[in-house]
Design a protein around this ligand. Structure first.
Ligand code: AHR
Length: 491
C-alpha cells in the first residue's frame, strides 16, 4: 500500500489559536524554585532572580501564555503572602506538593515580570477552594486597576506603578478534587458568585475560565455548562497521558520497552475522544461555540526519577514524549474551533517539561523541540489532513496536521511516525496547488526509543534539516524515520 497524507488547501477549517501552545508552571517541586526562579543572588545569570537562559529558550518557541501558580497549589495560595519586601513574606507549607516550606519569594510581581520578559500573556489561577471572594476580587484589583483603590496604591508602594495586563483568570482548579472536592452543582454556584467580583477595570478585559472536567467526567461538563456557561470565556479540561488510567501503573520515564511506548501513544489519542465528547455537550448549551475548551493541563505522567522526591514529579523526557506531544498538537488543531487554549504540564523540571535544569546546566527536552517544530502553526488557518496509511498495532503510522499562514500564503505540514521501529515511505499530496516549493523541512528523530537529552549529552535529540524528500508537482515523497516528527513549509 502507498501511504498517503492528503491535504486539501481548498478546505480551510478554524483558526489555530497561538494559545494552544501555552504553558503551565506551578509551585511544585523544582518548577518555580530552582527552575524558573534562581533568586537575585544566584551566580546563574538572572534578571531580578529569573533565569535568563530559560527565558531565551522559551522566547524561541514563542511561548504565548503562562498559567500560574497552580494546579492544586492555586487553591491554597494566598496572594498577599507573596508581595512586599522579601523578608516580610509569609512562609507557609506547600501541603499538596511535598510538605515543604513555601518561601513566597516568587509572587505576583515576579510572575508578571517573568511574563513581560517572555513577551507572553498571563493566565492567573485564582483560589476558590480555600480563599474568599474578597481575596480574589482584591487580587484582580491589585494586578489590573490603574489607580484610585487601596490595592492599586499598595502595588505602587511595592514598586509597580502601572497595572499589568491580566488576560486570563481561572476561577479555581480541579475543584472536583484538590480544589475542594465539590459536586458540580455546588461548584457552578460558587463559580457564578466568585466570577461576579472578578472585574475588568477601565481599559482591561479579563477572560474568565471555569474549572472544567477531569478526563471523561461528562456530568461535570453538562452541569457546569448548564448552570454557568453564560458567565465564562472558557471551560478547562484536564487529561494526563499515563500508562494506565487511575495511576495504577506509572512506568518509568527513561527505561521502558515497546509495550510502554505503545500504551503512551494509544492513551495520547484518547485526548481526541474526550475533546469531541465534551465539545458535543458544550454544543448543547453553546451552539455558537462562544465558550472555549481550555486544555490547561496535559502531558505524560510517569513515576518520579529514582532518588528524587516523589512529590516533586521530576521525570525524564524522551523521543516517546516528543511523538506524544506531536499527536496532542494534531488533535488540538483538528478541534481548534472549540479548543482555543492548551497548557503543557509543566514548563520546567516537572512532568513533561520542555526544560530540565541541573545547577547551571539547562537542557532542552525532545518535547521542547516539538514546540519549536510546531510554532509555525500559531494563528494559522487549519487545513484538513487525511491519512491512508499502514498501521502500527491498529494505529495509523503517520498522523499529520496542516495549516496556512493567511498573510504569506505559506502552508505548514507537521506529522509524526508513531511506529518506534519501522520507517514509513509516504506521499504527501497537496490539492489546490499546481506546483509545490519546499521552503523548509526540519525533523526530530532518534536512534533509540528511549533517547533523551542529558547534562553529558544535551544535544542527543535535536532538530535536523531534513533532506530526504522528492517533490513532483503537487506531491512530496518522503521517508519518515521510526518515531520521528517532521515539519515542512511550502509555498
Ligand atoms: O500538574 C500536576 C497536578 O496535576 C496539578 O497540580 C493538578 O491540577 C493536577 O492534578
Amino acid at each position: 500500500m502507498i501511504n498517503k497524507v492528503k491535504i486539501d488547501v481548498s478546505k480551510p477549517g478554524g483558526k489555530i489559536s497561538k494559545y494552544i501552545y501555552g504553558h503551565f508552571s506551578e509551585h511544585l517541586g523544582r518548577c518555580i524554585y530552582d527552575g524558573l526562579w534562581v533568586g537575585r543572588d544566584s551566580d546563574i545569570p538572572n534578571s531580578n532572580g529569573i533565569r535568563r537562559d530559560i527565558v531565551e529558550a522559551l522566547k524561541k518557541i514563542r511561548i504565548p501564555v503562562l498559567r500560574w501558580p497552580g494546579g492544586c497549589f492555586a487553591d491554597e495560595y494566598h496572594w498577599k503572602d507573596g508581595i512586599g519586601p522579601g523578608k516580610d513574606r509569609i512562609k507557609r507549607m506547600n501541603t499538596h506538593w511535598g510538605m515543604i516550606t513555601e518561601s513566597n519569594d516568587f509572587g505576583t510581581h515576579e510572575f508578571f515580570e517573568l511574563c513581560e520578559l517572555l513577551g507572553c500573556d498571563a493566565y492567573v489561577a485564582g483560589n476558590l477552594g480555600s480563599g474568599t471572594v474578597l481575596e480574589m476580587q482584591d487580587w484582580v484589583d491589585y494586578i489590573s486597576c490603574a489607580k484610585g483603590t487601596a490595592m492599586s496604591e499598595e502595588r505602587k508602594i511595592n514598586g509597580r506603578e502601572e497595572p499589568w495586563n491580566l488576560k486570563f483568570f481561572g476561577i479555581g482548579n480541579e475543584n472536583w478534587a484538590c480544589g475542594g472536592n465539590m459536586r458540580p452543582e455546588y461548584y457552578a454556584d460558587l463559580y457564578r458568585r466568585y466570577q461576579t467580583y472578578v472585574k475588568s477595570y477601565p481599559g482591561t478585559s479579563v477572560l474568565k475560565i471555569a474549572c472544567g472536567p477531569n478526563e471523561d467526567d461528562y456530568e461535570w461538563t453538562d452541569t457546569v455548562m448548564k448552570l454557568a456557561s453564560r458567565h465564562m470565556w472558557g471551560l478547562s479540561l484536564h487529561y494526563y497521558t499515563l500508562l494506565n488510567k487511575n495511576f495504577s501503573e506509572m512506568g518509568d520515564s527513561e527505561r521502558f520497552g515497546e509495550e510502554e511506548w505503545y500504551k503512551i501513544i494509544k492513551n495520547t489519542l484518547i485526548m481526541d475522544e474526550y475533546i469531541k465528547n465534551h465539545s458535543k455537550i458544550m454544543d448543547k448549551y453553546d451552539p455558537e461555540k462562544k465558550v472555549a475548551l481550555v486544555v490547561d493541563e496535559w502531558g505524560t505522567w510517569y513515576k518520579a526519577v529514582e532518588g528524587t522526591n516523589k512529590r516533586f514529579l521530576h521525570q525524564q523526557n524522551t523521543i516517546r514524549d516528543a511523538v506524544s506531544a506531536s499527536l496532542h498538537f494534531n488533535i488540538f488543531h483538528q478541534n481548534c474551533e472549540r479548543v482555543r487554549m492548551a497548557n503543557l504540564a509543566q514548563t520546567v523540571n516537572v512532568l513533561q517539561a520542555v526544560i530540565l535544569t541541573y545547577g547551571k546546566s539547562m537542557i532542552k527536552t525532545p518535547t521542547y523541540h516539538v514546540f519549536d517544530l510546531y510554532k509555525e502553526h500559531q494563528e494559522n488557518i487549519s487545513i484538513k489532513a487525511e491519512h491512508e496509511c499502514s498501521e502500527y498495532k491498529g494505529i495509523p503510522r503517520i498522523n499529520a496536521t496542516a495549516s496556512m499562514d493567511e498573510k504569506s500564503g505559506s502552508i505548514w505540514i507537521s506529522a509524526c511516525n508513531v511506529d518506534p521501529f519501522e520507517a514509513v515511505d509516504a506521499l504527501i499530496e497537496i490539492s489546490g496547488i499546481d506546483e509545490v516549493t519546499v521552503t523548509s523541512a526540519r525533523m526530530l528523530a532518534a536512534m533509540e526509543i528511549t533517547a533523551c537529552n542529558t547534562v553529558e549529552n544535551p544535544e542527543n535529540v535535536k532538530i535536523r534539516e531534513f533532506k530526504e524528500f522528492n517533490v513532483k508537482k503537487n506531491s512530496i515523497a518522503l521517508r519518515f524515520p521510526p518515531g520521528s516528527v517532521i515539519t515542512i513549509g511550502i509555498n
